[in-house]
Design a protein around this ligand. Structure first.
Ligand code: SF4
Length: 486
């Protein structure tokens, strides 16, 4: 099994502790808030959830089981018939499971991936339309793994019919995909819906969907269930409108808003892909996310996972856990899960102190322009990956106000079988457009020079340090401040 998961015990390395504890200064992104920034009952719900907490995604893994193939709407960005083992995007799955098969698979994954904290059902159709399979799966899993959090993702059309059942299964997290509040715009996204025994089309279909989504959202938040809203940003269709969507969901109590770029490729066979509808460029997505700051809290670390994704966000172990690779009755040892959680608690405390030092460092930097930096990391909140092995970069923005998570950029791994591949380097350089520096655990001389020629500094003097402390020290040094941690 090739896992990006890093044993935290092997990488712990502390900075000196400050007199007072503190949190990351990235307050503009609600999903990155830590223990000190959230009410205790909310922190308790999000602290181990890699999608609801940006901080938790450094430590915990999720898995989706594809038990819900039926769907009640057609979206112009979706084609569930397309499958590819190497494709990572919503709706794609290699195999559809029965509830029993899914429960077996969850146990096998929990045994081998102690970081697993969340089981989600995200299709490949709709979890609430195919509700019997969804709830049966949860019923079977909760008997063996009571510490696992359950999560569903839905288009919202059938959601109001299942609020009580969701609460009865202790489901704290529900994601609704809401792309519009204006049915005229919705008609350009949804050709039809199936509701109350018949097919509806056009503006009427979008109006029904909108009303059901808002009803579901209001009733979930009234029950204290955290709701994340996913919106697909479709340039020229709903990109400007998403500002109204953000305000509408905030008013109804949504916990997070996750604006995702449209993935559009004619090869996927979607209506948008075949029509040549483009997705947004990274800069357009970031500009919209920045405009939304101050509204509903934003999620910026979504990886738009497959319906059978397994592992830390940014990695996918789904091909290691296909049914043919799982025993009929998988064994399960709970001890590694318990030990792992102990390690995470210690790491969190240590990292919180280190980040407080970083914040103090930055406060001494004279007012200066923000910088965008990319980080090679395998998790744990540390710079712990070789440049040549990075399949994606985490991106942070830094200025005197703090170090803020900004998103991630996918790339191809530069190192192939021990040698650098120049073609891959072009892909990596394209992914790093607009980035000032890339932080690595290690990098070879050739790619370092190539990055320099492209105007990007390769920073390798902070291997295994916490991401925030390293970026803060680097920024303070470059911008003339006095670093307390250098
Ligand atoms: S698609 Fe986004 S929200 Fe869903 S599991 Fe993946 S990272 Fe989390």
């Amino acid at each position: 099994m090739t896992s990006n998961v890093v044993p935290l015990t092997s990488i712990a390395r502390s900075r000196p502790a400050p007199a007072e504890g503190g949190g990351c200064s990235s307050r503009s992104c609600g999903s990155s808030e830590g223990r000190g920034d959230l009410p205790p009952h909310i922190w308790d719900k999000v602290k181990d959830h890699p999608c609801y907490s940006e901080e938790a995604h450094h430590y915990f893994a999720r898995m989706h089981v594809a038990v819900a193939p039926a769907c009640n709407i057609q979206c112009n960005y979706c084609n569930r018939k397309y499958d590819c083992a190497n494709e990572s995007r919503p709706g794609v799955t290699s195999e559809t499971l029965t509830s029993e098969q899914a429960a077996r698979k969850v146990l096998a994954v929990a045994d081998r991936v102690p970081q697993l904290s969340v089981l989600g059902i995200a299709g490949p159709g709709d979890s609430m339309y195919d509700w019997r399979r969804t709830f049966e799966t949860f019923r079977l899993v909760e008997k063996r793994l009571p510490d696992l959090k359950f999560c569903v993702s839905t288009n919202g059309l059938a959601l109001p019919d299942h609020i009580d059942a969701l609460a009865d299964h202790n489901i704290d997290h529900v994601t609704i995909t809401i792309n519009m509040t204006d049915p005229e715009i919705g008609a350009a996204i949804y050709p039809w819906i199936y509701f109350n025994g018949r097919r509806h089309t056009g503006v009427e279909a979008a109006r029904i969907l909108h009303e059901r989504q808002m009803e579901g959202l209001e009733r979930l938040t009234a029950r204290g269930i955290l709701v994340k809203v996913n919106s697909v940003m479709i340039p020229g269709v709903n990109d400007r409108h998403l500002i109204e969507v953000n305000a509408a969901i905030k008013a109804r109590g949504a916990f997070l808003h996750n604006v995702m770029p449209l993935i559009s490729d004619a090869a996927h066979g979607t209506a948008f892909g075949l029509a040549g509808q483009r997705g947004p460029r990274p800069a357009e997505l970031k500009e919209l996310q920045d405009r939304l700051a101050g509204g509903a809290n934003l999620m910026r670390h979504c990886r738009q996972c497959r319906a059978d994704a397994i592992g830390m966000l940014g990695e996918d172990l789904s091909q290691d856990f296909t049914l043919d690779k799982i025993a009929d009755e998988p064994g399960f040892d709970p001890e590694p899960r318990r030990l792992y959680r102990d390690v995470v608690e210690r790491e969190r405390a240590d990292r919180g102190k280190a980040v407080a030092i970083a914040s103090a460092d930055l406060a001494r930097v004279p007012d200066a322009p923000a910088r965008l930096v990319a980080v090679c990391t395998k998790g744990g909140g540390r710079i712990n990956q070789h440049f040549g092995h990075a399949a994606e970069f985490q991106v942070f923005e830094v200025d005197a106000r703090g170090v803020r998570f900004s998103g991630h950029r996918k790339a191809d791994t530069y190192c192939q079988g021990g040698f650098g591949d120049d073609d891959k380097l072009d892909v990596v350089l394209a992914a790093l457009e607009g980035i000032d520096a890339v932080f690595v655990a290690k990098i070879g001389r050739c790619p370092k020079n190539d990055l320099k020629a492209a105007g990007i500094e390769a920073v390798d003097q902070y291997p295994f340090d916490y991401i925030e402390t390293a970026i803060a020290a680097w920024y303070a040094e470059r911008l003339g401040g006095q670093s307390a941690i250098a």
